[in-house]
Write a protein that binds this ligand. Structure first.
Ligand SMILES: Cc1cc2nc3c(=O)[nH]c(=O)nc-3n(C[C@H](O)[C@H](O)[C@H](O)COP(=O)(O)OP(=O)(O)OC[C@H]3O[C@@H](n4cnc5c(N)ncnc54)[C@H](O)[C@@H]3O)c2cc1C
Length: 416
């Protein structure tokens, strides 16, 4: 069949088993996770995003996936371990609880997570992709898609047409691919923006991440290698604009005050970011010969550092769903992926939404509950363990099976 552009899908080099739209962190990780199965893969990618002070805290499961993809050395050399997590209520509530400190050793872990700058992880993934013989990185943008008897055609902004058996939308929160696939989504904007920045500081962070819960949202400092930390500050849009307009010196001073000088003198380095916050939910994660991964299928504020961790689990579960399918776009494989991912995504996004709304709420009963919750967290060990395990993702025991979490163990002890 000859198309209008003169492209013949039977013979052309532009025929792929899998086409991934979006070369962000999830799209690249998905391509690498799928490359073991000898599929011929294309990643369609715009220019890499410039650095804006963003980092990602990667939980043990995400680290393990990235190590399997050959990125272990990068995590060791460019990442910093988060050994302790400290929560401080700075909301001005009448029911102000004491600060809560969690230690990774309570879970038998060396660290809860490894924190790494997005652009460093992006560069590492890019280098790995370039060394894969079955993966082509195409510098272009998605335009539209249509189904055919055995697959899909994908038209790019340049007019180039690719054919594929499976289309993977990894083009982020505002995914054009998801819209073209006709998958409906609901976006709920929050009255919040995230300010991101990286600081040098005069006191060591001692591998401790500190989260100040303010009335406008959390102000969180996360360790980076040496005496450096990244900041994620969720606040009201108007305050976000004001803070963004400050000089580096003035901004550093405001942050040092907000951090109660726990890191000593703070000096911002590099660019800062200002990102509007929203929750995105989709009606389905798969459709005919297509699936959604990463922020294209779920997005929420960065509370509890869940977004990319979830995206990497999408990549791993997609590889598991396609296992044994010579045709990666087979309807059973696509449906299996949707089923596997549904609960994990729903639980994380509801949990983050609830936590965020409880912080923003000015109502006394909610304040009281939050205060009581933090108090309980500082004193009830099984609850602490349960929350920590939920925070780091899917608890997996050493033999690879899902382990009982702290609360389950507590409840089973009580009932026996
Ligand atoms: C402030 C902040 C802090 C965060 N901290 C953490 C954390 O600690 N831990 C964690 O797990 N998560 C964290 N997250 C979430 C995490 O950053 C995101 O979930 C993750 O980066 C999403 O990656 P993605 O590849 O799915 O989407 P994106 O990063 O949005 O990438 C999408 C890609 O698709 C490309 N694209 C878009 N449209 C097209 C098109 N038409 N054609 C071709 N390409 C296209 C874009 O150029 C981009 O490269 C944080 C988020 C924020 C905002």
């Amino acid at each position: 069949m000859q198309t209008e552009t003169g492209f013949d899908p039977q013979t052309a080099a532009d025929d792929f088993d899998i086409v991934i739209i979006g070369g962000g962190l999830t799209g690249q990780a998905a391509a690498l996770a799928l490359s073991d199965a000898d599929y011929k893969i294309a990643v369609v990618s715009g220019p890499p995003a410039s650095s804006d002070g963003r980092t990602v805290a990667l939980m043990p499961e995400a680290q393990s996936l990235l190590r399997d993809l050959g990125l272990g050395a990068l995590l060791e050399s460019q990442g910093a371990p988060l050994v302790r997590l400290r929560l401080i209520d700075d909301s001005g509530s009448l029911f102000r609880p004491p600060s809560t400190l969690f230690h990774a050793h309570e879970l038998g872990l060396e660290a809860f997570a490894i924190n790494i700058e997005n652009h460093r992880l992006d560069a590492g993934l890019h280098e790995k992709l370039a060394s894969q013989p079955h993966i082509s990185v195409i510098s272009d943008r998605f335009d539209c898609t249509a189904t055919h008897s055995e697959g899909r055609s994908v038209t790019l902004a340049s007019g180039r047409i690719l054919t594929t058996r499976l289309l993977v939308a990894a083009d982020g929160r505002q995914s054009q691919t998801r819209n073209a696939l006709g998958i409906r989504s609901e976006v709920k904007p929050y009255d919040q923006v995230a300010i991101t920045a990286i600081f040098d500081h005069s006191r060591p962070h001692d591998d401790c991440s500190t989260e100040f819960h303010t009335r406008a949202g959390p102000f969180t400092l996360v360790p980076l290698p040496d005496q450096r930390s990244s900041l994620v500050w969720l606040t009201k849009p108007a305050q976000g604009q004001e803070l963004s307009a400050l000089s580096d010196a003035a901004f550093s001073e405001v942050c040092e005050r907000q951090a109660q000088s726990i890191l000593g003198k703070m000096q911002v380095t590099g660019k800062r970011g200002l990102i509007p916050m929203a929750r995105l939910q989709v009606e389905a994660l798969s459709t005919e010969r297509a699936v959604l991964v990463g922020d294209a299928g779920h997005a929420f504020p960065p509370i509890g550092a869940q977004g990319l961790n979830l995206g990497l689990r999408d990549a791993a579960d997609l590889a598991a769903s396609l296992k044994g399918h010579a045709d990666p776009g087979h309807s059973l494989a696509c449906q299996d992926y949707g089923q596997r991912r549904k609960t994990d995504i729903a639980l994380r996004s509801q949990g983050v939404d609830m936590l965020n709304r409880s912080l923003l709420s000015p109502y006394l009963p909610v304040d009281f509950l939050r205060g009581a919750g933090m108090l309980a967290l500082s004193s009830i060990r099984p609850l602490r363990r349960f929350i920590m395990e939920q925070g780091i993702g899917r608890p997996v025991s050493q033999d690879g099976s899902r382990s009982q979490n702290g609360l389950q163990r507590f409840l089973s002890r009580k009932s026996s």
